[in-house]
Design a protein around this ligand. Structure first.
Ligand code: NAP
Length: 308
């Protein structure tokens, strides 16, 4: 027998938890299914300085612990370690299948966020956990007083590179162009940090070593010259890939896989709303995920009340 809830939220990051708070406060019986533990991508962020209300900044974990407590205080039911395998829709009801159970609902908010993109170069997979990491917050302390590289020129690479600089001996920032795309305030801080060295116009081509990472080979994008940079660790921040494989053809996607929505954050499937980084949008921040979560929830609430 399937377990029924009026609304089911998939994903427990900032967007999903916010949707849960809004739906519960609207009196909608709501379940949140989370693949691992609530918190989402910000759990991998050492220090957050651009979420309003925290002028001194706050760690990603502390902020998301607050979101989770707030959501649970509304009575939101959160099922952890519940990875959704598939969703189908029949007779205006959704059926949601996880490895453990089957659920039914009138409406859904998808807030499954993204996972780190891979560089796709030799050595990247082989050295995972042996010098390669996608999470400085999780693994940075293993590299105390050692040399590391961060790959990428976006917010994640530069912010996490700055955090790593507090622990390691040296941070090489390896970027494929000659300008960063990270926010200016963070760029300026990184340029002033004596532990950070920028290797411009360098494309990573290989990661090598014996048992652990010992070097990253890069190719100059202009001269094609190959050089090896001796490092003990490589932190990869080359963008984000949306988690949408379980959605089948219920939604439309852009060429990178992000889900297309209208202004109401609904999709071509009635009752299916999208919130947060998984959505095609121009700004992926906690603040915009929170806005999405609220909007998706309010629109789903209206939809559910019409259907009841
Ligand atoms: P991002 O903004 O997409 O940046 C990815 C970086 O990796 C870019 O500099 C890109 O180079 C580079 N890159 C992409 N593919 C590559 C490859 N195969 N080899 C080498 N370099 C490659 O990704 P992100 O930094 O992970 O951030 C994801 C989203 O989260 C963004 O919207 C970001 O603003 C947001 N975010 C926000 C904050 C914050 O506000 N505090 C913190 C973290 C993330 P090009 O520049 O040449 O394209």
């Amino acid at each position: 027998m399937a377990e029924f809830h009026e609304a089911i939220i998939i994903g427990g990051g900032p967007a999903g938890l916010t949707a849960g708070i809004y739906l519960m406060r609207a009196g909608i019986d709501t379940l949140l299914l989370e693949k691992v533990m609530p918190g989402g991508t910000p759990l991998n962020t050492w220090h957050i300085e651009n979420y309003p209300g925290f002028p001194e900044g706050i760690s990603g974990k502390d902020l998301m612990d607050r979101f989770t407590v707030h959501a649970k205080n509304t009575g939101l039911l959160i099922k952890e370690f519940s990875e959704v395998e598939g969703i189908s829709r029949k007779d205006e009801r959704f059926t949601i299948k996880t490895s453990e159970a089957i659920y039914e609902s009138i409406g859904i908010v998808i807030a499954t966020g993204t996972e780190p993109a891979k560089m796709g170069i030799p050595g990247e997979i082989e050295f995972l956990g042996r010098g390669i990491s996608y999470c400085a917050t999780c693994d940075g302390s293993f590299f105390r007083n050692l040399d590391v590289a961060v790959i990428g020129g976006g917010d994640a690479a530069i912010e996490e590179g700055l955090s790593l600089a507090n622990i390691v001996k040296k941070v090489y920032v390896i970027h494929r162009r000659d300008a960063l795309r990270a926010q200016k305030i963070i760029q300026d801080r990184a340029f002033r940090n004596s532990k950070m060295e920028f290797l411009w116009n360098k494309k990573p081509v290989e990661i090598g070593g014996k048992d652990q990472v010992e070097y990253i080979a890069v190719e100059d994008t202009k001269t094609k010259e190959r050089t090896e940079v001796k490092v003990d660790g490589v932190f990869v921040y080359v963008g984000a890939k949306p988690n949408t494989s379980f959605l089948g053809d219920l939604v439309d996607r852009d060429e990178a896989g992000f889900v297309l929505t209208n202004e109401a954050l609904s999709t071509r499937t009635n009752g299916l709303y999208i919130a947060g980084d998984v959505r095609k949008k121009t700004l992926r921040q906690i603040s915009t995920a929170v806005g999405d979560g609220a909007l998706a929830a309010v629109n789903l609430e209206k939809y559910i009340l019409e259907k009841k």
